[in-house]
Write a new protein. Structure first.
Length: 328
């Protein structure tokens, strides 16, 4: 069966726990985008031929392959030609995922053939920097790059939610936790996804909502979150809460067992951005049951720490404090 292409393919591991050959190749192709510097100015835009040339020099499995006796004396042209098709497929895949984009066709440097030029999209660069951030010597630079890419403050017309996260990220940065609260989360989603990350939307969903398990971190997160929220005017606050509510409920929908009940409650709460519909399993009657909770209370993460859960009444058997509010 043909594998379904997803962002998760970039960090796919085989049965031995190591990255697959394809994953390593994807990563090396992305890494190229972090090298827009004096040494590699050509990678602002690139042709598949140029990129393949870079990979012949930098991708370890290729380097090793061309050290073999039988291939050692191949010309550079032939080395590139022998890998071209494989790299073309990879670039096609990246284009489908929105990590590179094809530019208007132009003439090749030699001859009259039309050659496609590509460039990395912001999403492509972002993932590349997230992957680079795990290397200690690149960590600070990666943080800076990612922060700037996610900073929508400079944009013309940000949504209320974007405005909120951009202020929140600024606070993270001032307190030195941007790496921990944003990049590490993105990294974990790429490296060890709870669910397959199909696209950029999946990668970024609910990024403003953390599940911190360390009490001190959870308190800091909650403090910065509340502070940012309180700085918004009432109207913006409403829109932000609505956005968060929709994201969480959408996520919840994927997990619920009693869908009809959840749908009913969600519908009842449709015009109340401050209240979330969720589902929990009752410890008394054992049934999955729709529950509601104030969005802010849900987000005050400290209360969701495993040893300090929020308990609510079961609507089915009426027993008090019998359902633990889940972390969606
Ligand atoms: Zn019950």
């Amino acid at each position: 069966m043909k594998k379904i292409l997803s962002i998760s393919s970039i960090c796919e591991r085989g049965g031995d726990g190591n990255y697959t050959y394809d994953a390593l190749l994807y990563q090396e192709i992305l890494r190229c985008s972090t090298m827009h510097n004096d040494k590699y100015p050509e990678f602002k835009t690139f042709t598949v031929w140029e990129l393949t040339g870079y990979l012949i020099d930098h991708f370890l499995p290729f380097i090793n392959e061309f050290k073999e006796l039988s291939k050692r004396n191949k010309s550079r042209h032939n080395k590139i030609a022998s890998k071209l098709e494989r790299i073309e497929t990879k670039i096609d895949n990246f284009a489908k995922l929105g990590l590179v984009e094809q530019l208007e066709p132009s003439r090749a440097s030699r001859g009259s053939t039309i050659t496609n030029r590509y460039q990395y999209t912001e999403s492509g660069c972002l993932i590349a920097w997230v992957l680079e951030s795990v290397k200690s010597r690149k960590k600070l630079l990666a943080e800076e790059q990612i922060y700037n890419m996610l900073d929508v403050g400079a944009e013309d017309n940000p949504s209320s939610y974007d405005l909120f996260t951009s202020r929140l990220y600024a606070k993270y940065r001032n307190r030195g936790v941007f790496g921990e609260f944003v990049i590490d989360v993105l990294c974990a989603r790429l490296e060890a996804p709870k669910v397959k990350i199909m696209n950029m939307r999946d990668l970024f969903s609910n990024l403003g909502i953390l599940h911190v398990t360390n009490k001190e971190r959870a308190d800091l997160y909650s403090e910065l979150w509340t502070e940012t929220m309180n700085e918004l005017d009432e109207e913006t606050k409403k829109y932000v809460l609505q956005h968060i509510k929709l994201e969480i409920e959408q996520e919840m929908e994927q997990q619920v067992k009693y869908l009809r009940g959840f749908e009913e409650l969600r519908f009842q709460l449709r015009d109340r951005p401050n209240i979330l519909a969720l589902e929990g399993v009752c410890q008394s009657c054992g049934l999955p049951t729709p529950i509601q909770i104030e969005t802010i209370e849900y987000l005050e993460n400290t209360k969701l720490l495993p040893n300090d859960p929020i308990l609510v009444r079961c609507r089915r058997c009426n027993k008090d404090a019998s359902i633990t509010v889940p972390q969606v």
